[in-house]
Write a protein that binds this ligand. Structure first.
Ligand SMILES: C[S@@+](CC[C@H](N)C(=O)[O-])C[C@H]1O[C@@H](n2cnc3c(N)ncnc32)[C@H](O)[C@@H]1O
Length: 195
């Protein structure tokens, strides 16, 4: 459930859940983080599917955090923390090297192609920087020390943006995989190489 000003998840959000569950399949008591959780749909689905997981849902928007907490309460989930803040800043340094998956559908739409989506603030959709990916850039850098050696980062962005950004991820030390293509955008996993 989501209220005014909070992004309503599309069915494509299930792809994030699938990519997270696949990666943590063989990990007991995995830690999963979702950045830009909105009403919490993805993080809640992971927490529900894996009761042994520790899930952290983060959003900058107070309304999003409020709805995610509401939805967590409705589902009676006890294995999920909900934090307000930017990117990974709210997480404890105790998670360093322990996170199995970091998921993020954060704003990436270019300002010139922006079209309002009913009641949702522009800042929920329009990406930062000239190419819309400054937040993703910061996230990818900050995620590296938090992730386990075999950890996975999953990002959503435009197909064209991914072509260039996947090269930046490779330079940072990720191994970008073939993305799930959904029309003009992609949901793309990038694993940390093992060994
Ligand atoms: C397009 S919505 C996606 C929501 C949700 N993941 C979904 O798929 O339904 C983007 C979300 O990112 C959040 N956001 C924007 N900038 C952020 C930041 N710097 N740190 C954390 N969350 C942010 C917005 O408040 C919004 O809830």
């Amino acid at each position: 459930m989501a209220g005014p000003g909070v992004f309503v998840p599309t069915p494509d959000a299930d792809r994030f859940v699938d990519l997270a569950l696949e990666r943590i399949q063989t990990i007991s008591q995995p830690i999963v983080v979702e950045v830009g959780t909105g009403c919490g749909a993805v993080a809640l689905a992971v927490a529900r599917a894996r009761h042994d997981a520790e899930v952290h849902a983060i959003d900058l928007s107070p309304a999003a955090v409020c709805w995610t907490r509401h939805n967590r309460r409705e589902l009676g989930l006890r294995n999920m923390g909900v934090h307000r803040g930017s990117l990974l800043a709210p997480l404890s340094t105790e998670l360093t090297g322990k996170v199995g998956v970091i998921l993020a559908n954060i704003p990436y739409i270019l300002a010139e192609t922006y079209a309002p989506i009913g009641g949702v603030p522009r800042s929920t959709i329009v990406g930062a920087g000239d190419d819309g990916l400054d937040l993703h850039r910061r996230l990818a850098r900050d995620a590296m020390p938090l992730l386990r050696p075999d950890g996975r980062l999953v990002l959503q962005m435009g197909d064209e943006q991914w072509r260039r950004f996947s090269l930046e991820l490779a330079e940072l030390g990720y191994r970008p995989a073939e993305p799930i293509r959904l029309g003009a955008f992609v949901i793309a996993p990038a694993d940390r190489p093992v060994g």
